[in-house]
Design a protein around this ligand. Structure first.
Ligand code: ADP
Length: 433
């Protein structure tokens, strides 16, 4: 049982001690000397205990007896208790830490903990295998010293949190990794890498399959269309046969459009790096597209072109023509006769942009996020009737991705639609007047 108020008790010890010493001194007729000697002895006793405490705190002595007399026993007792509590807390904390560490180690994904300045602090076994991290020499190194791919350096520098980066493992060429950065705590980041090799292989197989099927279909379709065209021109055929051949010709042309759009999409997906890029004269390109759109509309729509910027774009002319013409032709296809279509080339604080607006039927809001999916149509019947392939906006999206741009769609039923292709600064070419 510890005393309730050791401080007051110590006062009484002091008074008793000094008093006793003074009385003893008085017995030898020197009370003052007795008082001083008592005080000195009291001080020496405290200094000895302070020294003991100091040695113990520095770890030079192993034990303090809390049976020590006076306030020192009390101080030692509470120090022991604090130390015991501290040890218990540390043990609990380290077991929690061990459990977290074990669960991170058991994760199938690679995890790297990065501290301030992207210095490597810890990683799990998959990270060691896929990123080639070595226990001894790599702790405390900036991650950018070890992973040197330019796209990774850009990814880290920009601190991209929303997007994932796909890179090849530097250790195993066949392994594809998808990286993500997750900030936590103060200036700390979790870098998580997922193995997406199998997913990529499946994606490649799918894309190869579509490209091969489209390619194989192209030649027979050309032959069929050729014969049908010849038969369509033959006036000697009976009316019902002629009509049937006309429908067959129409459908085979639709099939040809689907096949050529699928081939274009495959080409856009598989970036061979061989596509031709140049400075595109937007004035010439858009004037040509609008002339074609007027021919397609046969005077049923008012088509206006506004060139508000002289800047050109650097990119693939064919791909840009395909994307822009898809948007303009869609406006012609989906806007009823008498409608107005406005095509513009502009720039604002965000950069350059191409825009097509119409006052057609508009698109309900729930369809807008899915419009760029392949074969997604708001009204399949209307699309087919107008010769649509259902691939136009998917092509626009891919062309924009390749030009580091974005497609924005704004539409309200009954109010028309606006499609905007935004290009950030790097896609801009020199001024073309
Ligand atoms: P499609 O070949 O069917 O036109 P797209 O991918 O070009 O395929 O367009 C997808 C769908 O988006 C179309 O089926 C149509 O329903 C809708 N759409 C595209 N442009 C417009 C527009 N200007 N006005 C209204 N609906 C549009």
């Amino acid at each position: 049982m510890r005393s309730r108020n050791p401080f007051w008790q110590e006062w009484w010890v002091l008074v008793a001690w000094i008093g006793g010493a003074t009385l003893l001194g008085a017995a030898f007729s020197t009370a003052y000397n007795g008082f001083v000697a008592g005080l000195i002895l009291y001080l020496v006793w405290h200094l000895r205990n302070l020294r003991k405490l100091d040695r113990w705190l520095r770890g030079k002595s192993s034990g303090l007896s809390y049976n020590a007399p006076g306030i020192w026993g009390e101080i030692y007792y509470w120090l022991y208790r604090l130390r015991r509590r501290d040890r218990r807390r540390k043990k609990r904390l380290s077991s929690v830490l061990d459990r977290y560490r074990a669960s991170f180690e058991a994760l199938p994904d690679a995890v790297v903990i990065l501290g301030e300045g992207e210095l490597i602090e810890w990683w799990n076994p998959p990270a060691a295998r896929w990123l080639g991290l070595h226990k001894k020499q790599d702790i405390g190194q900036p991650i950018t010293n070890l992973l040197r791919q330019p796209e990774f350096l850009r990814f880290i520098a920009e601190g991209e949190l929303e997007t994932e980066l796909t890179i090849r493992s530097s250790i195993d060429e066949r392994r594809m990794l998808s990286l993500r950065l997750v900030p936590y705590g103060k200036d700390e980041t979790l870098m998580i890498a997922r193995d997406i090799t199998r997913l990529q292989q499946l994606e490649q197989m799918r894309s190869d399959f579509v490209a091969n099927v489209s390619h194989e279909l192209r030649t027979p379709l050309t032959v069929i269309s050729g014969y049908l065209e010849t038969l369509e021109a033959d006036d000697s055929l009976d009316e019902p046969v002629h009509k049937a051949i006309g429908i067959m010709g129409q459908q085979s042309r639709r099939l040809q459009s689907i096949v050529s759009d699928l081939l274009l999409l495959s080409r856009l997906e598989t970036d061979t790096g061989t596509r031709h890029e140049e400075d595109v004269d937007m004035k010439a390109l858009l004037s040509m597209i609008c002339d074609d759109a007027r021919a397609l509309s046969s005077g049923q729509h008012e088509i206006v072109l506004a060139l508000n910027s002289n800047a050109g774009l650097h990119g693939s002319r064919d791909e840009l023509r395909s994307a822009f013409s898809n948007l303009v032709y869609n406006a012609v296809h989906y806007t009823d006769a008498g409608g107005h279509i406005r095509v513009s080339w502009d720039e604002d604080d965000l950069g350059l942009f191409f825009r097509v607006s119409d006052d057609g039927p508009g698109i309900p809001e729930n369809h807008i996020p899915r419009l760029t999916e392949r074969f997604y149509r708001v009204d399949a019947g209307r699309s087919r009737e107008r010769g649509g392939t259902g691939l136009g906006l998917a092509i626009v999206k891919h062309v924009m991705l390749k030009h580091r741009g974005e497609l924005e769609i704004y539409s309200k039923p009954g109010e028309g639609s606006t499609f905007t292709c935004r290009f950030p600064e790097p896609a801009r070419s020199g001024s073309l007047s």
